[in-house]
Design a protein. Structure first.
Length: 280
């Protein structure tokens, strides 16, 4: 096994050689200890086979990590947890709004705005230091989805229509400065190049480098409730229907766990997991 290379199938269908160090790096990002990582890798290595989907490796790693360290398992599953916020994009818009608030912006979600030509529904309107920003959120349930150049082209044209109307209105007390485009997956190179050229701010799972959604969620502990390992998928959806998106929101409104039928014993486990995950 050590001498024979194994080829695996990535989420996007590409074939690549399995690298044990890549698996270890992804586990380290979850803050798992080196001893935990070694045990997980030792468990997974004998199960590898040519053509194995990377998704299957992820599931095995997550399952083992959950046995060793639930907090690390929650962090390890963050990308999947954001995908699980769907099928609508509204919970993702709430997450983006919370992220902007932690950067000092005042935000509103789901705003109808008048453009010079037509009206537009803006996902998030953000204001800071006398400047206003329109933020469009493109949520995908498919991890392979890539936003190509057509998306920022469309978003920028909408922004310009709103900007022309806003900045010519003497009743407005702030300047509409810039448009933002946020996605939970990735942007194509053309999308990034075009956005940089016209001044559209982009944010994705891993863009800008070292300052993408993942890094921001970890930095501010803005973990969605879908990361929790102590709740069932059905319970998570019930809470999302009650507009509880973040684990911190659930901690502050823990009575909702009683309302959806979570026992007192399990409720304590859920709250304990949130405390450890968010350092409360």
């Amino acid at each position: 096994m050590k001498n024979k290379s194994i080829e695996i199938v990535k989420f996007n269908g590409e074939i690549e050689e399995f690298k044990v160090e890549k698996l270890k790096t992804s586990l380290r990002r979850s803050k798992a200890s080196e001893s935990e990582i070694d045990e997980i890798v030792e468990h997974i290595m004998p199960t590898l086979y040519d053509g194995m989907p990377s998704k299957e490796i992820y599931k095995k790693a997550f399952s083992q990590l959950k046995k060793h360290n639930r907090t690390s398992a929650s962090k390890y599953s963050l990308k999947r947890a954001i995908l699980d916020l769907g099928p609508t994009g509204y919970p993702f818009e709430q997450l983006v709004s919370a992220l902007l608030k932690h950067h000092g912006y005042r935000t509103q979600v789901g705003i109808i705005m008048q453009g010079e030509c037509v009206t537009h529904e803006v996902d998030v309107l953000a204001e800071k230091d006398g400047n206003t920003y329109t933020v469009e959120c493109k949520f995908h349930s498919d991890p392979r989805a890539v936003s190509n150049v057509k998306v920022p082209l469309y978003i920028n044209s909408r922004f310009l229509d709103i900007q022309n109307s806003w900045n010519s209105d003497p009743a407005k007390t702030s300047h509409l400065k810039q448009g933002w485009l946020v996605t939970n997956t990735r942007f194509s190179k053309d999308a990034i190049d075009y956005s940089q050229c016209v001044g559209l701010q982009l944010l994705s799972w891993d863009y800008p480098e070292n300052n993408g959604i993942k890094q921001n969620v970890d930095k501010f502990a803005l973990y969605p409730i879908t990361t929790l390992t102590t709740l069932t998928k059905h319970e998570k959806h019930l809470l999302i229907e009650k507009n509880i998106i973040l684990t911190k929101e659930l901690y502050e409104s823990s009575f909702l766990l009683d309302k959806i039928g979570v026992s007192s014993v399990r409720k304590n486990r859920v709250l304990s997991e949130i405390k450890k995950l968010c350092n409360l």
